[in-house]
Design a protein around this ligand. Structure first.
Ligand code: DGI
Ligand code: FE
Ligand code: FE
Length: 216
């Protein structure tokens, strides 16, 4: 049985998840809201395979829902608003401040202030864009479901989705290896897409990519 730090936290309550669900539309709308609900569905499905392997109890499904529902809560804010929140919460702006890179950090802090999310949920929201070394199982579930949820139509997302579910359907006991492999595919896809668009690559994206990279 794999012991993960995530499962040592007291779980988010069902009432808290319903409170979040009822308020999420005040922050995001349209396709972003659809993406959010799709990430929740995907993440709960992945957790259904992961939890038995880790011997966790079902109360932690509420952590999965809370993290998924809140992960992009600040995605609609302007860069100026993101920077204001960075100032307020003491968030490091990084070398190339952008909404793409700051929304995960501002979302984690805002979620903690507004909904009192636990440290496991805070971490999953905080690292959902660049990943990090030593990700918890919850961090990984959210990272992967954000990339492979069915509303994402990029070829690279579809391939990552196929890769993940092929492993899961053939050998469900390999789910944790499948998660790690999908994180690598996702980061490679993101880096390629950023290079095509001539965008800067956050140093954490590279660190995470190398962490998950397995030499032949
Ligand atoms: O918020 P989502 O669109 O659901 O997904 P996300 O949080 O994974 O990614 C948001 C955006 O961030 C996406 O357009 C790709 C971009 N991104 C990811 N890693 C990096 C990055 N942008 C830059 N400039 N550098 C990165 O390392
Ligand atoms: Fe995001
Ligand atoms: Fe997202």
């Amino acid at each position: 049985m794999i012991k993960d730090e995530f499962f040592t936290f007291p779980a988010t309550s069902p009432e808290k998840v319903e409170e979040i669900r009822s308020k999420i539309g005040d922050f995001i709308s349209g396709s972003r809201l659809e993406h959010t609900f799709s990430v929740e569905k995907e993440a709960l499905n992945i957790a259904k395979y992961v939890f038995p392997v880790c011997g966790t109890d079902n109360s932690h499904f509420y952590d999965v829902s809370a993290s998924a529902l809140l992960h992009d809560i600040t995605k609609g804010l302007s860069l100026a608003e993101q920077l204001e929140l960075c100032e307020k919460y003491g968030i490091e702006k990084g070398e190339f401040p952008s909404c793409a890179l700051l929304h995960s950090k501002t979302a984690a802090y805002l979620s903690r202030e507004l909904f009192g999310v636990n440290d496991a949920v805070f971490s999953a929201i905080l690292c959902h864009t660049t990943g990090k070394e030593n990700m918890s199982v919850l961090d990984k579930i959210i990272f992967v479901s954000d990339y492979i949820e069915p509303n994402r139509e990029y070829e690279e997302c579809k391939k990552a989705r196929e890769y993940f579910y092929e492993i899961v359907s053939n050998s469900p006991e390999s789910i944790l290896t499948a998660l790690d492999g999908t994180i690598l595919l996702s980061l490679d896809g993101t880096i390629r897409s950023l290079l095509r668009k001539n965008q800067p690559i956050d140093v954490q994206t590279i660190i995470t990519r190398n962490h998950f990279f397995k030499p032949n």
